[in-house]
Design a protein around this ligand. Structure first.
Ligand code: TXA
Ligand code: MG
Length: 352
């Protein structure tokens, strides 16, 4: 199939293009589109054939459920068994925005969309192109991140093209996304709400609305073998082609250790890369040094991380060394993605 590539302005998306894209989805086709978190690969959430196509286009295991995107809070009710009281409060505080809530689903949502689960993940994105497209598509778009399975989520339309050209009917380019990490997922189906995937909406922010919020044990102890409740969290994700390792410890120790490792790589003829920050960038002597932004600006680090991981693939580096980013409110979400990309390889150098 030929993939049509169109550029839209988020402030004034061309209604004709939106209508055409909506028609593609209503007819069972696929459209990649921007959201505020990452680009999504959209199909009709209520059409089992569309969900099957999404899995095929991504090369994704079909037991990994999709998030259903809506453009009105009222649109939840027709597809769920019940709306727990916390949902309205969370929607009031964080929707439209980067929060996904899990509900018990009803029969209108096909098992293909939820990977066979009896629950459904729902999100109301704030991106205006996404909202217009959902509305034009009949109100329910199933959309995983628009990358081939295992690759970093796309933060630019160019990366959707890299991964999905010839596999989807249309790619809508709405520019670079604002957040850069996928939505926070919270499960509301079992008593105490539990975070299944950390994201831009932090536990602290959620706790202000809900009081108590749990965190899935598999996020806190990623090496424990505990099975994550969000099926997708069990897969190795975002892995760059080069071998990635995270170094933790005092900044001096991290810089020295990375420079030593890069020197050894050079002796062996291996190209080396570094993921660092503006504060340390000039201290590294590796082949390819990339800063994700300033340590004081963790939003920048969240926004640039996936782009940097993809760029290292083009640079053909064999070893990538990353600083650690545990501090700050977004630390848990950033480190969750970085640890997956590294296959949990962390070297602890100690504090000083
Ligand atoms: O920000 C986002 O959430 C992006 C944009 C496009 O909206 N979407 C996204 O989708 O990240 P995806 O498919 O890449 O990740 C969805 C995650 C997976 O880990 C999946 O297992 C989990 O959500 N999930 C979906 N439905 C679920 C359910 N009913 N119960 C538990 N986990 C669920
Ligand atoms: Mg994904």
């Amino acid at each position: 199939m030929t993939t049509e590539y169109v550029v839209l302005n988020e402030e004034a998306p061309d209604p004709e293009v939106i209508r055409r894209a909506g028609r593609i989805i209503k007819d069972g086709g696929l459209v990649a589109f921007p959201t505020e978190t990452v680009y999504g690969l959209g199909g009709d959430a209520l059409n089992p054939a569309s969900s099957k196509k999404i899995y095929a286009a991504k090369g994704r295991p079909s037991d990994n459920p999709l998030i259903v995107h809506v453009c009105r809070f009222e649109d939840i009710e027709p597809i769920v068994r019940s709306i727990p009281p916390q949902a309205a409060a969370l929607a009031e505080a964080f929707w439209p925005g980067p929060l996904t809530m899990i509900f018990k689903k009803n029969d209108r949502v096909p098992a293909e969309t939820t990977g066979g689960l009896d629950t459904v993940a729902i999100r109301f994105p704030s991106n205006k192109i996404a909202q217009a497209l959902i509305d034009a598509s009949g109100g329910y778009i199933a959309a995983p991140s628009a990358n081939r399975s295992g690759r970093p989520s796309p933060t630019l339309a160019r990366y959707c093209m890299e991964d999905l050209d010839g596999r989807v009917e249309m790619i809508i380019d709405g520019g670079q996304v604002g957040i850069g990490l996928e939505s926070t997922i919270i499960d509301l189906t079992e008593g105490e709400p539990v975070i299944l995937r950390p994201g831009y909406i932090t536990r602290e922010k959620l706790a202000k609305v809900l009081g108590n919020v749990g965190v899935d044990q598999s996020i806190i102890k990623p090496d424990s073998g505990i099975k994550p409740k969000a099926p997708g969290m069990k897969y190795r994700h975002y892995a760059p082609k080069g071998e990635l390792v995270i170094l933790e410890g005092s900044p001096d120790k991290v810089v020295a250790a990375i420079n030593r490792a890069a020197a050894k790589d050079r002796e062996k003829g291996i190209r080396s890369g570094v993921i660092c920050t503006d504060e340390t960038r000039n201290l590294y002597e590796a082949d390819c040094v990339k800063s994700a932004g300033s340590r004081g600006d963790e939003e920048s680090i969240a926004r640039e991380l996936f782009r940097i991981l993809r760029e290292f693939d083009d640079e053909e580096v064999g070893h990538i060394y990353s600083e650690s980013f545990r501090e700050g409110g977004l630390g848990q979400a950033i480190m969750n993605r970085l640890m997956k990309a590294a296959g949990h390889k962390v070297i602890d150098l100690g504090a000083d």
